[in-house]
Design a protein around this ligand. Structure first.
Ligand code: URP
Ligand code: ZN
Ligand code: ZN
Ligand code: ZN
Length: 461
């Protein structure tokens, strides 16, 4: 089967060009001059549209057990929502439960995802136990295509790792060429502030933000960078939200250290004011790190422009307002941490193009090309070029839409962006040559998505 995407502007991280895209089977066969005629079994009209590489969301949590409940999207519902939003690859976190092995964790996540995904997927591993067995198993994970390991400086008693444990894992990462991903917040200090707030009867969702000050993200980020420097390991800071943390990353990168960072749409568009909404509405916005005062947002856009922030992922971790966020009414520390977002990353970042914060090419780079390189998927993913997987999005830059839980496809009963007006819309989505979304709706199938065994980080020097 061949398919021709005709009349569009192909946008890659390296530039935009008027070209038709010929797809044969699962891959891109050619980029053709619009004057060239060629037979194809199916033609998609992309006149006035962008043709971009499918989005790669390198940070999702589908059906993840957390805070006494489980995130509301399954691999099936979450990857269908991703497809609707132009994301054709997710990298989800397999979570090692304390006392269990990394390899059994990986098996468990394969059992959840295999045969159930609408788009391609890979895994990162969350390391909860640092001991000789886990460290040895990191090597087997790398062989199994999982070479990125998330650790936590937050959540004492749950995921928290001591500096010593982090150091040991970083040494192993250095040895194996893998990358440590860090949740950088000083959880020990935060837990004291949380206990003090609760003792004073401060129980509302906004306290989640007030007890996790940005300085404690800055401090943890600096400490993680220092540990990475001592061990020579590459470091990737996940869900960076605070100017203080960005400052630390910027300084490290300026000295040539292999330090990378992602931010998320919620930190670019939402703020502490949302967490302070009355009537327990604020619980919808509880995630860690917390939403910050608005003034952090311009710094994050600066970071995206200067590549101190290299990637935008969603940290998609949805919990329903009605039956899950509710667990923390009367005690903000019991609100399950996480927000939905996998469906709207491409659209939300396109607003950055519309507003002149980032260029068109940079939009593609931070949503697709860099995550492909960072997580060892390039040039199979992240680029519209002959030989690459035909993961393609036809994007209408002029269409208007309003984000709402009424119309989204994520399995969650609210939208963090309810009522937000968006310029631009995903029109047609291909995953490995197959049209999975178009004007008629979702045309894909669960089970189409394949596990991606990943190569090492392609930015390491
Ligand atoms: O609040 C968040 N971010 N939930 C997901 C887990 C994590 O720390 O990424
Ligand atoms: Zn985290
Ligand atoms: Zn996360
Ligand atoms: Zn629910």
């Amino acid at each position: 089967m061949s398919l021709l995407i005709k009349g569009g502007t192909v946008v890659n991280a390296t530039g935009a060009v008027r070209a038709d895209v010929l797809v044969e089977g699962e891959t891109i066969a050619a980029l053709l001059s619009p004057t060239f005629t060629v037979h194809a079994d199916e033609v998609v009209d992309a006149t006035g549209r962008y043709v971009i590489p499918g989005g790669i969301d390198a940070h999702t949590h589908m059906e993840m057990p957390f805070g006494g409940t489980s995130s509301a999207d399954t691999f099936e519902t979450g990857t269908i929502a991703a497809a609707w939003g132009g994301t054709t690859t997710i990298i989800d976190f397999a979570v090692q439960a304390k006392g269990t092995s990394l390899l059994s964790t990986l098996d468990k996540w394969h059992r959840k995802a295999d045969g159930n995904c609408a788009v391609d997927y890979g895994f990162h591993m969350i390391v909860s136990d640092v001991d000789d067995t886990s460290l040895k198993e990191m090597e087997s994970c790398v062989d199994a295509g999982v070479n990125t390991f998330k650790m936590f400086m937050a959540y004492p008693g749950v995921f928290y790792a001591t500096d010593g444990e982090i150091l040991r894992a970083m040494q192993k990462a250095r040895e194996t060429g893998s990358t440590i991903m860090m949740h950088a917040e000083n959880g020990i200090a935060i837990d004291q502030l949380v206990a003090q707030a609760l003792a004073q009867g401060r129980t509302d969702p906004v306290e989640h933000g007030l007890t996790r000050p940005p300085e404690l993200e800055g401090e943890a980020t600096s400490r993680a960078i220092t540990l990475a420097k001592v061990t020579g390991a590459p470091l990737y800071i996940v869900h960076l939200s605070a100017a203080q943390a960005l400052d630390a990353v910027t300084k490290a990168r300026d000295t040539g250290q292999n330090v990378f960072a992602e931010t998320c749409p919620q930190y670019l568009y939402l703020s502490l004011e949302d967490l302070a909404k009355p009537g327990f509405e604020g619980s919808k916005y509880v995630a860690s790190p917390p939403l910050r005062p608005k003034e952090h947002q311009s710094e994050l856009w600066r970071g995206l422009r200067t590549n101190d922030l290299s990637v935008v992922s969603t940290d998609h971790c949805p919990f329903c307002f009605k039956d899950q966020k509710e667990l923390g009414r009367g005690d903000f520390s019991k609100i399950p941490n996480g927000m939905p977002g996998v469906e709207h990353r491409i659209d939300l970042l396109h607003q950055g193009v519309v507003a002149g914060e980032i260029s068109l090419e940079r939009w593609v780079e931070i949503c697709s090309t860099t995550p492909a390189r960072m997580f060892g998927l390039h040039p199979r993913k992240g680029v519209v070029a002959p030989g690459a997987d035909a993961d393609l999005v036809v994007y209408d830059p002029a269409a208007r839409q309003v984000i709402s839980a009424e119309t989204h496809h994520m399995n969650v009963d609210y939208s963090a962006y309810e009522g937000m007006e968006i310029t631009g819309k995903v029109e047609t989505v291909l995953s490995r040559g197959r049209v999975v979304v178009d004007g008629s709706g979702f045309r894909g199938s669960t089970g189409h998505g394949r596990f991606l065994s990943r190569e090492l980080n392609q930015y390491l020097v």
